[in-house]
Design a protein around this ligand. Structure first.
Ligand code: B3K
Ligand code: ZN
Length: 881
C-alpha cells in the first residue's frame, strides 16, 4: 500500500473561472483553537457562464458552520460540503452575496499554511494555496477582489492587529476584554496575498516620502526585546523604495507598509500586500549575532518582497504555471538592487555560484522542469531554483539581447498595459516585442525547455590570414519526458584578449549577429570568423555569465592563466581561476580513486599565489577567487559514478598545498584584512573580512607552528559574528583540539538567541569526517533542537544532507537512512519542510554504484509509505522515476 499521487494539473487545461468575486468582507474572531471566520463575498457569474452552473469553492481541512445566500441560510440540499470543497449547486444567474462561516484551529496548524500561531503570534501564509485553509474560496490567482478585514481578539494577548491595506477603524468590543481593528485594501488582489497578524509585538516605526510626495508609515513588528535588531532591515526597506522609484519609476501605493518578523516560517518571507511577513532570520541583525552574509541577505530579501508590490501584486500571475512571471522578474530586480548597493561583479559571481550549485543540479536530475512548468501535482514544490534563479537569468538575457534602453521600454509597457491584471509569460514577452519591434519567438524557448544547454567551443587562429574563428555548438542534453530540444537564442558577451591583456578590435565579423560586445547565437551550430587578428588572442567568452549554460571549451592552460591575470571582465577573471582549479581537482579526484599519490600541479598552485599577491584586486573578489569549487560543484562536474570521499581528499590536498606554498602571502593577507573602525556591514569592510577569513581557512592547515592557536585566539577575540563563526567553522571542521571548548563557549554566549544557535547546529552538521552522523543524531535530542521550528530543522538536517556529502553518502548507507527517517517523521507535521529535505536526494543517480543502491533502497522506504503528504509523494515519485 502506498498513498495516492495527487492528480496532475496541466497548463493546457487552464480555464478562466466561471464566477468573479469582486469584494470580500472578512470578520475573523481569533481564538487559539476555535477561530471563527465569517466571509461575505460578492459573487457574479462571468460572461458566458450558463445559468445555474455550480459554484465550486476550494477548502482544505475546513469545518463549515453556516452558509447563507443573499442573507438567507441555505438549505442543506442547496450545497455540498466537505473539508476541502464547498459547492453551491444552483446559484442565481444574477450577482449574489454569499456568507460563509468556518471554524479553524490555529494551534493545531503545524503545516504553517493558512492561519497558525508562532510563539503566540497569529500569522498567515496563503501562497500558494493557504487561503483555502481559512475559508472556502475561489483560491486561484486570477480571482482578484477588494478585501476588507475585521480582526477581533483579546486585547491582552493581541494588542497588535494587522491586515492588508490601510487601517480604517479600531476599538473595543463592548462588555468583553476584546478589541477589533478593520483594514481595507483598495487594490484588487488574489487570495494568496491575503495576510493577517495578531499578537503582542513591539513596533519599530519610521516613514518614507514617495517621489510624488506621498507620506508612507513604515513599521517593523518584532517580539519585544528585538527592537534594536531592526535598524538594518528598515534602512534596507527605505533604500529599496528609493531604488525602485529611481530605477523603474515605481512608487509605493498604500499609506502604510508593515513588516512582521516571525520565528516559525516555512520559507524566507512573503510579499502580502502592505503586510510582508518575514522569517525573522531575514529581519533581525546586529554585529554580535549576524554575519556579513546575513546582512546582505536581509537587504536582498527585504528588497525582493518590497519589489513584489509591482512585480507580483499589482501585476500577478494568471495561474501557478506563470510563477516565474513574478519570481524570475523579482529576483532579477533584487539582484540589480544589490549590484547597485554593493559591488556588481561580486554580486554577479555570488549569483552565478548559487545558480550553478542549486539550479544546474536540479536541471540535470529527476526534478528538472522548465522555467515555466507545464504540469504539477503539488505547486508548493515548484518554488524552485529553476523558477527563481533560472527565471531571473532569462530576464537578464532579455535585457542583454534587447539592450538596456529597449528593455526598459518593454518593462514600462508591461506596467502600463497589465497593471491590475493576472497575466502570463506570453503577455510579458509581447510587451517587449511590441515596444521594440523584436520577434522573441525563439527566445521564449528558454521558458519552455528544461535542461542546461551545453555550449561547445573550438577556436582556430590563422596567422597568415589574420583570422580567428570560433566554432559554436549548442545542445540541451536529453531530459526524460521532454521532446528533443530546439536551439535557443543565446547572448554571448565576449572579448578577444591580446597578449597585453587588452581587448582587440576585430576588423570584420562573419557568421553571427553581433550587438556591441555580444554575439547572438541562434542556431545549433555557427562558425564565427573575426578578421584583422594578427596574433592569437585568448577568447574570453560568456563574460558576466551572459547565458545560463555549461561551457565545454577545453581552453589551454596558458590562455586560462592569461585570463586569470588580465581579463578585463572581472567575472571571467574569477571564472578562469575557477576553471583551472576545477580541472586540477578533477585530476586529483581521479588519482585519489586509484589510490595514487596526490601532487597538485605547481602552475595552478601558483595562480593562487598570484591572486593573493595582486595589489589591484578588490578584496571581496580576491576572496571569491581564492574559494575552491565546493565538493558538490566537483561532484556535479564529474556527473556520474561520483565518489564523495575521493572528492573530499582531492580538495583537502589542494587546500593544504596552497597553504604550504603561500604561507607568507597568507599571513600578510591575514594581518592586512582587518577593517578599521566600528563594525559596518557595507561591502568594503565585509570584503576585507571575507578575504581575511579566506586566508585563515588556508593558513589554519599550513605548517605554521602556531596556526591553530591563531585561529583559537581570533575566535576568542572576535567582536563580530562573521569572524567568530568563520573561526568556529575552522576549529570544528578541521577537528582542532579546542573544538569542544569552542562549541561550549559559543553555546554559552548565544544560547538565548535562536538565529545564532542555528549557526551552531549548522557548523556541526557540516563537519566532514567520520562520526558526524552519530553526532548529528545526538544533536537531534539536544534540548535546544526543536523539530517544530523550520529554521532549526534546516540548520541541522538540511545542512547535513546538502552540505556534508561524505557523511550523507556514507558507505554503510546510514546517512541516507537517517535523513529518510527524518523526512517520514517531519512529513506528518509539516509536509513542506519534509519535501524540501527530501530534495537533497536529487543527485542520487550520479553516485557510484554501491552508494547509488543504498540511496535507492532508502528512498523506496519513503515511496512505500502509506501516509505520505502530497508534497513528499510528488517529490519521491519524481526522484525515483
Ligand atoms: N512568494 C513567496 C514564496 C511563497 C512560497 C509558497 N510555498 C516568497 C517570495 O518569493 O518572495
Ligand atoms: Zn518572490
Amino acid at each position: 500500500m502506498r498513498s495516492e499521487t495527487a492528480p496532475a494539473i496541466r497548463l493546457e487545461d487552464y480555464q478562466p473561472p466561471a464566477y468573479r468575486i469582486d469584494t470580500v468582507h472578512l470578520t475573523i474572531r481569533l481564538h487559539p483553537s476555535e477561530t471563527e471566520v465569517v466571509s461575505v463575498v460578492s459573487v457574479a457569474p462571468q460572461e458566458g457562464t450558463g445559468a445555474g452552473t455550480p459554484l465550486l469553492l476550494d477548502g482544505d481541512e475546513l469545518t463549515l458552520s453556516a452558509v447563507a445566500l443573499n442573507g438567507r441560510v441555505l438549505a442543506e440540499s442547496a450545497y455540498f460540503v466537505s473539508s476541502d470543497r464547498l459547492e453551491i449547486l444552483a446559484p442565481p444567474a444574477e450577482p449574489f452575496e454569499l456568507t460563509i462561516t468556518t471554524l479553524i484551529n490555529p494551534d493545531a496548524n503545524t503545516k504553517l499554511m493558512g492561519l497558525y500561531r508562532s510563539s503566540g503570534t497569529y500569522c498567515t501564509q496563503c501562497e500558494a494555496e493557504g487561503f483555502r485553509r481559512i475559508t472556502y474560496f475561489l483560491d486561484r490567482p486570477d480571482v482578484l477582489a477588494v478585501y476588507t478585514t475585521r480582526i477581533e481578539a483579546s486585547r491582552q494577548d493581541c494588542p497588535v492587529l494587522l491586515a492588508n491595506g490601510n487601517p480604517v477603524e479600531a476599538g473595543e468590543i463592548a462588555d468583553t476584554d476584546r478589541h477589533f481593528s478593520t483594514w481595507h485594501d483598495p487594490h484588487p488582489k488574489p487570495a494568496y496575498l491575503f495576510a493577517l497578524v495578531a499578537g503582542d509585538l513591539a513596533r519599530v516605526p519610521d516613514s518614507f516620502r514617495t517621489m510624488s510626495g506621498k507620506h508612507v508609515d513604515l513599521n517593523i513588528f518584532v517580539e519585544h526585546g528585538n527592537e534594536a535588531l531592526c535598524g538594518w532591515a528598515m534602512d534596507s526597506l527605505k533604500r529599496s523604495m528609493t531604488w525602485d522609484e529611481e530605477t523603474f519609476g515605481l512608487e509605493y501605493d498604500l499609506d502604510v507598509f508593515n513588516i512582521v518578523a516571525v520565528s516559525d516560517f516555512n520559507m524566507g518571507a512573503m510579499e502580502n500586500k502592505g503586510l510582508n511577513v518575514f522569517n525573522d532570520k531575514y529581519v533581525l541583525a546586529d554585529p554580535e549575532t549576524a554575519t556579513d552574509q546575513d546582512y546582505a541577505n536581509i537587504e536582498a530579501v527585504i528588497a525582493h518582497e518590497y519589489f513584489h508590490n509591482w512585480t507580483g501584486n499589482r501585476i500577478t500571475c494568471r495561474d501557478w504555471f506563470q510563477l516565474c512571471l513574478k519570481e524570475g522578474l523579482t529576483v532579477f530586480r533584487d539582484q540589480e538592487f544589490t549590484s547597485d548597493m554593493r559591488s556588481r561583479p561580486v554580486k554577479r559571481i555570488a549569483d552565478v555560484r548559487l545558480l550553478k550549485s542549486h539550479q544546474f543540479p536540479e536541471d540535470a536530475g529527476p526534478l528538472a522542469h522548465p522555467v515555466r512548468p507545464r504540469v504539477y501535482h503539488e505547486i508548493n514544490n515548484f518554488y524552485t531554483a529553476t523558477v527563481y534563479e533560472k527565471g531571473a537569468e532569462v530576464v537578464r538575457m532579455l535585457k542583454t539581447v534587447l539592450g538596456p534602453a529597449n528593455f526598459r521600454k518593454g518593462l514600462d509597457l508591461y506596467f502600463e498595459r497589465h497593471d491590475g491584471d493576472a497575466t502570463t509569460i506570453e503577455a510579458f514577452l509581447a510587451c517587449f516585442e511590441d515596444a521594440t519591434g523584436t520577434d522573441l519567438g525563439q527566445f521564449a524557448l528558454w521558458y519552455e525547455q528544461a535542461g542546461t544547454p551545453v555550449l561547445s567551443v573550438k577556436t582556430e587562429h590563422d596567422p597568415v590570414r589574420g583570422t580567428f574563428s570560433v566554432d559554436l555548438a549548442q545542445e540541451i542534453p536529453p531530459v526524460p519526458g521532454q521532446r528533443k530540444s530546439k536551439p535557443v537564442l543565446m547572448p554571448l558577451r565576449f572579448g578577444l584578449v591580446d597578449e597585453n591583456g587588452q581587448d582587440m578590435e576585430p576588423g570584420a565579423v562573419d557568421g553571427i549577429e553581433i550587438a556591441g560586445d555580444v554575439m547572438l547565437l541562434e542556431q545549433a551550430r555557427q562558425k564565427v570568423t573575426f578578421s584583422g587578428i594578427p596574433s592569437k588572442p585568448a577568447l574570453s567568452l560568456l563574460r558576466g555569465f551572459s547565458a545560463p549554460v555549461r561551457l565545454d571549451q577545453n581552453q589551454s592552460e596558458q590562455d586560462l592563466q592569461h585570463l586569470a591575470a588580465h581579463d578585463g571582465d572581472p567575472f571571467n577573471r574569477w571564472q578562469a581561476v575557477q576553471t583551472l582549479a576545477m580541472r586540477e581537482l578533477l585530476r586529483l579526484t581521479h588519482l585519489s580513486r586509484s589510490d595514487e599519490a596526490l601532487t597538485p600541479s605547481r602552475s595552478v598552485i601558483d595562480v593562487f599565489g598570484k591572486v593573493l599577491r595582486d595589489r589591484e584586486l578588490d578584496p571581496a573578489l580576491k576572496a571569491l577567487a581564492l574559494t575552491l569549487p565546493s565538493e558538490a560543484d566537483i561532484a556535479q562536474e564529474i556527473g556520474k559514478d561520483v565518489d564523495p570521499d575521493a572528492i573530499h581528499d582531492a580538495r583537502q590536498t589542494f587546500r593544504r598545498e596552497i597553504a604550504a606554498s603561500h604561507s607568507s602571502a597568507l599571513r600578510d593577507a591575514l594581518t592586512n584584512s582587518m577593517p578599521s573602525g566600528p563594525y559596518s556591514p557595507d561591502a568594503e569592510p565585509a570584503g576585507m573580512r571575507a578575504l581575511g577569513n579566506r586566508a585563515l581557512h588556508y593558513f589554519a592547515v599550513s605548517d605554521a607552528e602556531n596556526a591553530t592557536e591563531i585561529v583559537w585566539d581570533r575566535f576568542r577575540s572576535a567582536d563580530n559574528m562573521t569572524d567568530r563563526i568563520a573561526c568556529l567553522t575552522l576549529i570544528v571542521h578541521d577537528a582542532m583540539p579546542q573544538k569542544d571548548e569552542a562549541l561550549n563557549a559559543y553555546r554559552l554566549r548565544h544560547e538565548n538567541n535562536s538565529l545564532a544557535m542555528d549557526k551552531w547546529f549548522m557548523v556541526q552538521a557540516t563537519a566532514p569526517g567520520s562520526g558526524t552522523l552519530e553526532h548529528v543524531r545526538a544533536l537531534r535530542s539536544d534540548p535546544l533542537f526543536d523539530e517544530t521550528n523550520p529554521n532549526r530543522v534546516r540548520a541541522l538536517l538540511q545542512s547535513f544532507a546538502t552540505g556534508n556529502p561524505t557523511q550523507f553518502a556514507r558507505m554503510d548507507g546510514a546517512g541516507f537512512e537517517f535523513i529518510v527517517a527524518a523526512v517520514l517523521e517531519l512529513d506528518k507535521r509539516n509536509p513542506q519542510v519534509a519535501s524540501r529535505l527530501l530534495t537533497s536526494f536529487r543527485s542520487w543517480r550520479a553516485l557510484e554504484s554501491q552508494r547509488c543502491a543504498l540511496a535507492e533502497s532508502a528512498l523506496l522506504k519513503i515511496s512505500s509509505c502509506e501516509e505520505l503528504s502530497r508534497d513528499s509523494r510528488d517529490i519521491i515519485d519524481r526522484t525515483l522515476q
